[in-house]
Design a binder for this molecule. Structure first.
Ligand code: PLP
Length: 405
């Protein structure tokens, strides 16, 4: 009988990207199996490197990184982030309104902890990036999901969002470009969502960590310039666009009318102070990253590694008798659906386990992203295109067996 009890609400929290299947994968690897692991959006694990000028920025300052910094981050880094947002059209983006964190992950937690009282509601996309649900729950809030349906290009319906607003709603969360679907939200849709936040006095929380990862002419619209006076937290970082997820550098920028956001800034600052500061060496790369040298564009253009991996996914799904795909317009993932005979009685977890056990491929079941349907899975676009094709060959073998069973 254990003497230590864990927090009850943890039973509501899932993070299956690194969960049971990933544990099983490690067991198989320990037995000598070679796996293709497409579960984590971890560029460094697939040979991507942070750009050399970012590495140099850290190396040049390594001797300056011993002390703690201000809880909101190094002044020069915050000024670079503020300038980046001003250049995007975010009026009043100043270093005082920038918070640097140990990745966007930490800032998602802090920003919800600063906002929620028990029972407060947060409007989240379904599917979501599951940290958003987890952090809402662990900060005593209640996730309320608006759907991003495949037949609508994975775009949310603003009428549905508004219908879900209650007296307890505190915030609307957007993930754009989206993980796991790859949807990139058009300006007109974002304007409708801003109007809902303005009408109901809600905080907008826009997770834009994939803002530079765009394919085939997709255009990213940052939310904050459209939000104007409406309080808006915009999240970005070095993990994806700059391929430096191990450095643990993210930021959040608070925009909108300071009178409307009231003490929220101070609450964020206090919670930041309680954890002292973010990892300091990584902060020295921020200025270098935001100084205008685009290093991701070529990877996302025809001939580029991400573009060609995405092409391989699209072509593999098109060639499969069992898969359909809404092609991702941005971010690092594809989110195919299983259809036809293979989909009868389909359970995404059972499928992912079978794929792992019999074909040495690790994917994430779609329902792990707080999605009610159980006919999808997520893969990353990070492997070499040839490996992507190999993976989809193995996926098709499993689905073929299921179709005839
Ligand atoms: N937000 C989204 C949508 C993500 O996909 C991720 C990581 O995959 C994060 C936030 C967390 O990123 P970070 O490495 O900055 O903590």
């Amino acid at each position: 009988m254990p003497t230590i009890k864990t927090r009850e609400r943890l039973s509501e929290v899932r993070y299956e990207i690194r969960g049971e299947l990933a544990r099983r994968a490690r067991e198989l690897e320990a037995q000598g199996r070679t796996l293709i692991k497409l579960n984590i959006g971890n560029p460094g694990a697939f040979g991507f490197r942070a750009p050399a000028h970012l590495q140099r920025a850290i190396a040049d300052h390594i001797h300056d990184t011993d002390p703690y910094t201000h809880q909101q981050g190094l002044p020069a880094a915050r000024e670079a982030i503020a300038a980046f947002h001003r250049a995007r059209g975010v009026h009043g983006a100043t270093p005082e309104r920038v918070f640097v964190g140990n990745g966007v992950s930490e800032l998602i937690d802090i920003s919800l902890r600063a906002l929620l009282d028990p029972g407060d509601e947060v409007l989240l996309p379904s599917p979501d990036y599951p940290l958003w649900s987890a952090a809402t729950i662990l900060n005593d809030g209640r996730p309320v999901y608006y759907r991003c349906r495949a037949d609508a290009g994975f775009l949310p319906d603003p009428d549905e969002i508004e219908a879900l607003v209650s007296p307890r709603t505190r915030a609307i969360v957007l993930i754009n470009p989206n993980n796991p679907t790859g949807a990139v939200y058009p300006r007109a849709l974002l304007e409708r969502i801003v109007a809902i936040a303005a009408k109901h006095r809600l905080l907008l929380m826009s997770d834009e960590i994939y803002d530079g990862i765009l394919y085939d002419g997709a255009v990213f619209e940052p939310l904050a310039p459209l939000a104007g006076d409406v309080p808006c937290l915009s999240f970005g970082g070095l993990s994806k666009v700059h391929r430096a997820c191990g450095w643990r550098v993210g930021w959040a920028v608070l925009s909108g009318d300071p009178l409307a956001s009231g003490d929220y800034h101070h609450a964020m600052d206090l919670l930041g102070a309680l954890r002292l500061c973010a990892n300091v060496p990584g902060q020295f790369a921020i200025e270098a990253a935001l100084h205008g040298t685009d290093t991701i564009g070529a990877l996302c253009a025809p001939g580029g590694r991400l573009y060609e991996a995405r092409r391989a996914v699209i072509e593999s799904c098109a060639a499969s008798a069992h898969l359909s795909l809404h092609a991702p317009a941005g971010a690092l993932y594809a989110f195919p659906a299983v259809h036809g005979p293979a989909a009868i009685g389909f359970d995404d977890h059972a499928f992912a386990l079978e794929l792992l056990e019999t074909e040495d491929v690790l994917v994430v079941p779609g329902s792990s992203f707080n999605l009610a349907e159980r006919n999808r899975f997520r893969v990353t676009l990070l492997p070499e295109p040839a490996q992507v094709r190999e993976v989809f060959g193995r996926i098709d073998r499993v689905l073929e067996r299921r179709a005839v069973a």
